[in-house]
Design a protein around this ligand. Structure first.
Ligand code: ADP
Length: 262
């Protein structure tokens, strides 16, 4: 049986704001198996970032627990990497692309750092950009650098928070395909948050649909679109169209005719 990489149990978080307490997430539970790519989709403001920050150990949850390969998350885990939406703020403009990718590897010998960075940059098609600075690259290329940096770290779990929301549609498709290819090649475990229904179905092995705030898991839909997906044929397939309609219905609170495993 595939081992569980991430276990989220009965998670809840209440923010204390000046208007009083606010429940952002509640009674939220799911698991991610090693090597799985799980997409979390939910309406804007439902608590997706709160969930992600809790899993990343950046927020201590008010209730419930998170564990990564069996170890309770209490602070930012060593073997976790996060790719955020805003690449322009996540890369250091004064460091070259190569140095940016090597940055989280500071504890390793120099030769290994260089080798890992070169391998990760090649995986995202940027083998020739190592000496450039981030500001000399397009937005899509900068996000590739951010992905390369995460991959070079070889995290047990890669968290992605709306990673392709700030690039144009064509680049978004390219980056989605890049992600599917590298996770196939490197067997990375990924939890990706998006508000884009189509993206969640296109990328996921499984889609977790969240309710409105306070977010809990409304449904978990397995995606049987195979390992090799294609922006044109996959998105036009009956399975894809059916699944996206199901996710859209769940997000709008439309009752489902068949039961959907929570
Ligand atoms: P999403 O990522 O789905 O857009 P968030 O997790 O960012 O949602 O936010 C969920 C809810 O919690 C929102 O209503 C937001 O206003 C509220 N919220 C987020 N951060 C804080 C905070 N630090 N203090 C108070 N409320 C917050």
């Amino acid at each position: 049986m595939t081992p569980t990489m991430l276990q989220v149990t009965d998670l809840g978080h209440t923010y204390q704001s000046k208007d009083g307490p606010y429940d952002a997430i509640d009674a939220l539970g799911f698991t991610v198996a090693a090597g799985e790519l799980v997409c979390v989709v939910g309406p804007s403001g439902c608590g997706k970032s709160t969930l992600l920050r809790t899993v990343a150990g950046l927020i201590r949850p008010s209730r419930g627990s998170v564990s990564l390969h069996g170890t309770p998350v209490d602070g930012v885990p060593e073997d976790l990497a996060v790719v955020f939406q805003d690449y322009s703020r996540s890369l250091f403009p004064w460091l070259t692309v190569q140095r940016n990718v090597e940055f989280p590897l500071r504890g390793l010998p120099r030769a290994e750092r260089a080798a890992r960075a070169a391998e990760a940059l090649a995986a995202v098609g940027l083998e020739r950009a190592g000496r450039k600075y981030p500001w000399q690259l397009s937005g899509g290329m900068q996000q590739r650098v951010a992905i390369a940096r995460a991959l070079a770290y070889r995290p047990a779990l890669l968290l992605m928070d709306e990673p392709f929301a700030s690039v144009d549609a064509q680049t978004r498709f390219e980056l989605e395909d890049l992600l599917l290819r590298v996770r196939r090649e490197q067997d990375t475990t990924i939890l990706l948050v998006t508000h884009d229904i189509d993206e969640s179905v296109y990328l996921g092995d499984r889609v977790l649909v969240l309710s409105k705030s306070p977010a809990s898991v409304v449904a978990q839909l397995p995606v049987d679109l195979g390992e090799h997906r294609d922006q044109i044929t996959t998105r036009a397939s009956d399975e894809f169209v059916e699944l996206r309609a199901k996710v859209a219905g769940l997000l709008q609170g439309v009752p489902q005719t068949e039961p959907v495993a929570p």
